[in-house]
Design a protein around this ligand. Structure first.
Ligand code: SF4
Ligand code: MG
Length: 336
């Protein structure tokens, strides 16, 4: 079965005062129907740029898709006009962000805001849309939704507001929900409740989800597949089991070691790998991770490693697995 979303060699960047920079470079990913892909990595690794590019919202953030393909349910999104994208964003995909307050308008009631977004995408009478808004509030677990619908964002807690944002995203019954650090701004208990809610809604609605997080605990809990990004490139992909049991790329190994094993405590941010994510203006040659890598070899400083198969459906961009890849590539020598 064709995945719902397939991204191939997606390259995107920004024009800056210091010249043009590629924020992501040949990113390839796919998400199956009803599956969750977690995109993980430190901040500045290109996770948000990837999600904005998929939504075709990068243009509004001053960026641009330079190359590559984004296919959603068989449609090539890079070929669509922004006018066409409004329809696609309204019907097939939706996005939620870290800060719920910035997604809501302070001067309208939450019910009106949900109803408005319903009417943007579907021909409904005002009264009908208002009733649907109440139903959506109920669906995202807001108690006494009739009363809540008449309230303004500032009358609701941060967690409630994020539920409202989720309700707005779901108003169009998206096939793909992109969530960029949706729980990072919230406290631990609320975070857990919202992750449960997202999982439950995903099951009920059969949505696919692209979940962006810097928190490996969130990834472990939510992901079917994980893609690890570092300095604008995908360095490893695989099932959640494979990446947690046998991380292959030294960066992924570092991420795993940075997750403390305290039950019930908030998992800390990824900061135990020595060194920093390089600036996009000064990317190291060869493997972008080599200045921080404990296994760096001479070729790592000059040759960028391609994605190599390291296990069943697990791939890593690292020369440590070069021999394996050479073995695979070398075998069918006779058939050309
Ligand atoms: Fe480390 Fe080399 Fe692998 Fe890069 S390619 S992660 S520097 S071993
Ligand atoms: Mg981000």
């Amino acid at each position: 079965m064709e995945p719902l979303l397939t991204i191939k060699d997606l390259t995107a960047g920004f024009a800056t005062d210091n010249g043009a920079v590629k924020a992501i470079d040949r990113v390839s990913l796919s998400i199956g129907k009803g599956q969750t892909l977690c995109l993980v990595g430190e901040s500045g690794s290109g996770k948000s740029v990837t999600s904005l590019a998929i939504m075709r919202l990068l243009e509004f953030a001053g960026g641009r898709i330079l190359e590559g393909s984004i296919r959603l349910a068989g449609n090539e999104l890079t070929d669509q006009t922004q006018r066409q994208m409004i329809r696609i964003r309204g019907n097939q995909m939706a996005m939620i962000f870290q800060e719920p307050m910035s997604a809501l308008n302070p001067v309208f009631t939450v019910g009106d805001q949900i109803a408005e977004s319903i009417r943007l995408h579907q021909r409904k009478r005002k009264s009908e849309a208002k009733q649907m808004a109440v139903d959506l509030l109920r669906m995202v677990g807001i108690p006494d939704p009739e009363t809540r619908a008449r309230q303004y964002p500032h009358e609701l807690s941060g967690g409630m507001c994020q539920r409202v944002v989720i309700a707005i995203a779901l108003a169009c019954r998206p096939e793909l929900l992109i969530a960029d650090e949706p729980t990072t701004a919230l406290d631990v208990t609320v975070q857990a409740q919202l992750l449960d809610l997202l999982q439950q809604l995903q099951r009920e609605l059969g949505m696919s989800m692209l979940l962006i997080t810097h928190d490996m605990g969130v990834a472990a809990r939510m992901a079917d597949q994980i893609a690890v990004m570092y300095a604008g490139v995908v360095v490893e992909t695989g099932s959640v089991e494979a990446l947690f049991d046998q991380p292959a790329h030294p960066y992924t190994v570092g991420l795993m070691q940075s997750v403390p094993s305290m039950e019930g405590e908030r998992l800390s941010e990824l900061r135990t790998i020595q060194g920093h994510v390089p600036s996009l203006h000064a990317l190291p040659a060869g493997c972008r991770f080599h200045p921080r890598c404990p296994h760096a070899m001479p070729r790592c400083t000059s040759e960028a490693p391609p994605m190599m198969t390291v296990g069943t459906l697990q791939q890593a961009a690292c020369w440590l697995y070069g021999d394996v890849a050479a073995g695979f590539a070398g075998a069918p020598d006779s058939d050309n």
